[in-house]
Structure formats: C-alpha cells, structure tokens
Design a protein around this ligand. Structure first.
Ligand code: 5GP
Length: 186
C-alpha cells in the first residue's frame, strides 16, 4: 500500500494556514464577544456574498439571541487575485437599515477598499450603528483607513482559499483555510 496520490486540486495549495478546529474555536470566541454587544439589540447581520456565507452561517448559529440576516453582493475580483478598487452593488439588501443595529459580516479584509466603500453606501441609509466583523484580515495590505471592529485572525500577505473563500469559484468548500501557491494564479 503506497501513499495515495494528491488530487489535481491539491497541487494548487501550498499549506493549511488555519485548521477547521482553530476556525471553529475562534468563531465561538467571536460569538461570545458579539453577544455582549448585540444580545438586546435585535441586530441585522449582513453577509457579503459570496465569501462570507460559511462564516455567517457558523457565526449566527452560535448567537443564541434574536437577530435577522440579509445579504449584499459587491463586484468581486472575478478570476484575478488583485482588487480593482472599484465597488459596485450587484445585489442590494431586502431590508431597511434606518434605526437598525447593523453588523457587516465579511470573509476577509485585504486593501480595505471594498468594505470602506460598502460602509459609506450603508451609512447613507442611517442605521443606528454600523460595525464590521471579518474572519480574516491582512493588515499589511491596507490601502485605506479601515479597521474592522471584530477580527477572527490577522494573516500575512498571501492569497488564501477555503471556508467560503474561493479562487475562480474553486475551494470554497474546504473546511479549513489554505494558502494558494503563487504559481497557481500567476
Ligand atoms: P479588499 O477590497 O479589502 O482589497 O478585498 C476584499 C475582497 O477581496 C474579499 O471580500 C475577497 O473577496 C477578496 N480577497 C482579498 N484577499 C483574498 C484572499 O486572500 N483570498 C480570497 N479568496 N479572496 C480575497
């Protein structure tokens, strides 16, 4: 019996950055922090499609108090690994924000351009409060002053996939976060 050969897709991945256990433990900690702030506020959690769906669904199942969810979709990187800096709403919210306590749930903050622009757009709708919760942050890549209020993990400047994050729509299903080999996307 030899070692099973790596599947084709595995050749694109360099290493596991965060294991499923690390992610689940941190999500539980973040949920506890969020409960302190939002338990009595009936918050509206807004997931940014598509990357945040796994994080949002794990997070909200650990928040054992009344809340609502909604989803927005911004223009994405498409098949590139670089941000265009241009942010367009491709799917708008179905709920009114005025007077609501809003928590924006994002997979990763890189340059900060997407969230900074999205927060500007949402603030115009006059929520009672607007905060940002992200699973991953790459502080060394920031191009605008965007400091998320809740951060799961600060990570180095590497392109990652898994736990909802994709590269050209692949790898979202991985239960962990992995680093993509640069030669796979260059
Ligand atoms: P920003 O506008 O902060 O530069 O980019 C935010 C968006 O870029 C994220 O929502 C995500 O879609 C994408 N992004 C940034 N870094 C990564 C990464 O390392 N991996 C993946 N899959 N997407 C990323």
């Amino acid at each position: 019996m030899g070692i099973a050969p790596a599947a084709d897709w595995e050749h694109d991945l360099a290493s596991v950055l965060l294991t499923e256990e690390q992610i689940q433990a941190r999500v539980a900690e973040m949920a506890a922090e969020l409960a302190d702030e939002y338990r009595d506020k009936h918050p509206l959690l807004i997931g940014v499609l598509k990357g945040s769906i796994v994080f949002l669904s794990d997070l909200m199942r650990r928040l054992c108090f009344p809340l609502e969810i909604d989803l927005v979709c911004c223009s994405s990187y498409g098949h590139s690994s670089e941000s265009s800096g241009e942010v367009r709403l491709r799917l708008d919210l179905s709920k009114e924000l005025a007077g609501r306590h809003v928590l924006l749930v994002e997979d990763i903050v890189d340059t900060g351009l997407t969230l900074s622009r999205l927060c500007d757009l949402l603030r115009e709708r006059q929520p009672a409060s607007l905060k940002v919760c992200c699973l991953l942050s790459k502080p060394s890549r920031r191009e605008v002053d965007m400091q998320p209020d809740y951060v799961g993990f600060e990570i180095p400047d590497e392109f990652v996939v898994g736990y909802g994050l994709d590269y050209a729509e692949r790898y979202r299903w991985l239960p962990h976060v992995a680093v993509v080999k640069p030669e796979a996307y260059r």
